[in-house]
Design a protein around this ligand. Structure first.
Ligand SMILES: Cc1ncc(COP(=O)(O)O)c(C=O)c1O
Length: 395
């Protein structure tokens, strides 16, 4: 723990009990600490490192771009080839209706931009979000997130936001021709992997279309292969009006994306002009990395295998008597235990035994798993053994 003192005394902290793993390097599904110990990374930096750490194609794309240029101008003025490559490669994965891309610096920023876009495009003020939602920590994104404990000290937040519950068809009556947009994580991540029903999502899409309300699906965590489909909305046969992306998209670099029709995105350039601007959005390095990420997802990630290996891991763990319930889609998992102390013990035992797990901000009785999507069957079996031992040790 060579650097612990500097970390605790001079870096702003987010909790009073950080994991304190001192990172030296990372490759594939492993993170190595400064004592040379290896850990299986079963959370991928919270659903970020979907291709594992240091994918050779990402590194190559980055090195090539470094030699060409770094920042040259604010977003939207110069034509930069990495941004165009990202747009083309991402569009290959998307339905044709979503033909416009606005690049920002993080998932949260994509949400902030979506809040502005749905209000400006519709000329309406009201927004509906969901109980259990997590969309980020800035003022706007926090306003449409539902954890009151985390919001209270920062009030007043944005007005005109109502919350409805997932899978409650009656609550859709709140959506009206006064509603600018409905924000929903297609699969709620931080709420403990809550999966809507097919019929609820169909009804939500229909209600939004009938009332001229924009449906904004947040796939910052659940998008880009994580659930065994390129986008989680594919599981429900619907298409959002606006899609927000982040996390895995950057291939390990920070980036966020607002995806909509190019016509709708025009709101930011004409209503008003310069309605949304960013200095570093679409940074050439991050865009080059994200463009390569999309190509690798398309060419190398077997989405059926993501689902098959997901099942392989879930089945055995969910059978353990200390696991009360589990929820999963592809490789996004939540396992519920009796209480948060048991969860903390499992996370601690796993770390001691060389495997990284984590918890959820708003679902304290569960531990989360979201490994790199290219994890092998042998690695899944190895991880499963360590996790089962940790569960056993925790009871
Ligand atoms: C569903 C969802 N939306 C938005 C965010 C915010 O993204 P970021 O913290 O990368 O800006 C997160 C982060 O965990 C998320 O899970």
């Amino acid at each position: 723990m060579k650097q612990k003192k500097e970390f605790l005394e001079h870096l702003g902290q987010t909790t009073e009990h950080p994991l304190l793993l001192e990172v030296e390097s990372a490759e594939g599904i492993y993170i190595k600490d400064t004592n040379g110990r290896q850990y299986m990374d079963m959370i991928a930096g919270i659903a970020v490192s979907s291709l594992g750490h240091g994918h050779p194609r990402i590194k190559k794309a980055l090195k090539k771009q470094i030699d060409k240029h770094l920042h040259v101008m604010v977003y939207g003025e110069f034509i930069q080839e990495p941004q165009l490559r990202l747009s083309k490669n991402l569009r290959k994965l998307l339905p044709k209706e979503l033909d416009g891309l606005y690049i920002v610096n993080s998932g949260t920023e994509a949400i902030e931009a979506a809040i502005k876009l749905c209000r400006a495009f519709t000329g309406r003020k009201n927004i509906i979000a969901f109980e259990g939602a997590y969309h980020g920590s800035t003022n706007g994104s926090l306003s449409i997130s539902s954890n009151d404990k985390r919001k209270k000290n920062f009030e007043p937040l944005l007005p005109n936001i109502d919350f409805i519950s997932l899978n409650n068809l009656e609550s859709l009556d709140l959506i009206s021709n006064q509603t600018a947009g409905v924000f929903l994580e297609t699969i709620q991540g931080d709420a403990g992997v809550q999966i809507p029903t097919y019929c609820f999502m169909k009804a939500l899409r229909k209600k939004c279309s009938e009332t001229g309300t924009l449906l904004i699906l947040d796939e910052i965590q659940c998008g880009l292969g994580r659930t065994g489909a390129n986008f989680a909305f594919e599981h429900f046969d619907i298409i959002p009006d606006i899609l927000t992306l982040g996390k895995a998209l950057g291939g390990g670099l920070p980036i966020g994306a607002l995806v909509a029709s190019q016509q709708m995105l025009g709101t930011f350039s004409n209503n008003p002009e310069l309605g949304h601007i960013t200095t570093f959005g679409g940074h050439p390095l991050n865009a080059a990395s994200a463009a390569e990420f999309c190509a690798i997802l398309d060419e190398e990630i077997d989405l059926k295998e993501v689902e098959r290996l997901g099942q392989l891991l879930e089945k055995e763990i969910s059978r353990h008597p200390a696991i009360i319930a589990s929820r999963r889609k592809g490789m996004l998992f939540a396992f519920d235990m009796k209480d948060s102390q048991k969860v903390a013990k499992v996370v601690a035992h796993c770390l001691k035994n060389g495997l990284i797990l984590f918890w959820f901000l708003s679902h304290p009785n569960s531990f989360r798993i979201a490994p790199p999507l290219n994890i092998s069957e042998n690695e899944i079996l190895k991880a499963r053994k360590i996790i089962l031992e940790a569960i056993q040790e925790s009871i």
